[in-house]
Design a protein around this ligand. Sequence first.
Ligand code: NAD
Ligand code: UDP
Length: 343
Amino acid sequence: MFELRAPSLILGGIGRTAQGRTRTICVTGGAGFLGSHLCTFLVESGHRVFALDNFHTGRRANVEHLLCSGQFSLVQHDIVAPLPDDLPAFDEIYNLACPASPVHYQSDPLATLDICSRGTRNCLERAVRDRARIFHASTSEIYGDPDIHPQPESYWGNVNTLGPRACYDEGKRFSETLMYEYARRHGIATRMARIFNTYGPRMQPDDGRVVSNFVIQALKGEDITVYGDGSQTRSFCYVDDLIEGIIGLMASDEPIEGAVNIGNPVEISVRTLAEIIIEMTGSASRIVYRDLPQDDPRRRRPDIGRAGTVLGWAPKIALCAGLECTIDYFAEQIESGGLERGM
Ligand code: NAD
Ligand code: UDP
């Protein structure tokens, strides 16, 4: 049985007890993979949480366990429209709404650009109105196919503006600029994390991301689809570590300018990831090779020196421990028929 492990450091330290009062918090994209873990953590910390989601890639099932808490509201809303007026003033806004997997953000590139531009701006307008602190989920994709390795925040990136990934990469770059300009013009407190590949329970089974694809394929005994020759690398962060980093970033009262990389610096090739998952699941699946998607970054690894210095944060969960929880989760979903029901 999968159990959500609340990040103990935060529950005991940076959460409600440290801040001393219950806050009213908006989480856009709250029914998605990361958003649902963030909402769970915030509700467990005693806060009043409003999750705004249009259910494009998120699911009510991801936050079902919070609905009877009395502290959680799930509001169907598309952030490309201004945030609803009939909700209370927010102390904090976490802007996570945006499809994150290449399959989903490329399925409607113009919608992705709208979410990153108008959507982010609507969240910022609300932050100005409520004098709320605002967090934005940026991404390692703003580094594109990086020439500098590992990637520090000072690296400006290498993004193809005209490729299939550009709607997301350039959209997120534009969002960062919006955050920067709103902070300068309106003096609001802004926080930005550049999130590197994150995995864990509640990843969408159909979003084509490498960890969910490989785990589901291995559990079902299907071929494991490695794109290209599998020598491209990624650095995978378990979701609990990521949430701890985000909460720490938002809770810090230090003025934190610019973005902070949040990710796990342990880098592995996609082929090695496939081999590890086959071994951990005891699967008879074999590896097959498929075409590498256009503009697929060759390597990616965060330099997390800044997160260590300004937040005292570093990931703690080793890949095998995180994969074990993720495999257990998907095994349970397959057994209960959850994958077929769209979870
Ligand atoms: P996800 O697709 O599971 O969640 C996104 C959520 O946003 C979904 O619930 C979706 O329904 C909602 N949404 C999409 N468009 C919306 C709109 N217009 N209005 C309201 N809600 C909308 O993705 P995730 O992995 O949870 O990612 C969350 C955030 O973190 C995204 O902004 C993503 O870009 C960022 N991020 C994630 C990763 C990762 O590895 N998961 C890496 C880098 C950045
Ligand atoms: N990938 C793969 N097989 C899959 C899904 C993805 O080999 O079934 C590769 C993909 O080409 C990329 C890496 O795994 O090199 C990570 O892909 P993902 O979509 O998870 O994240 P991103 O490319 O956005 O880092």
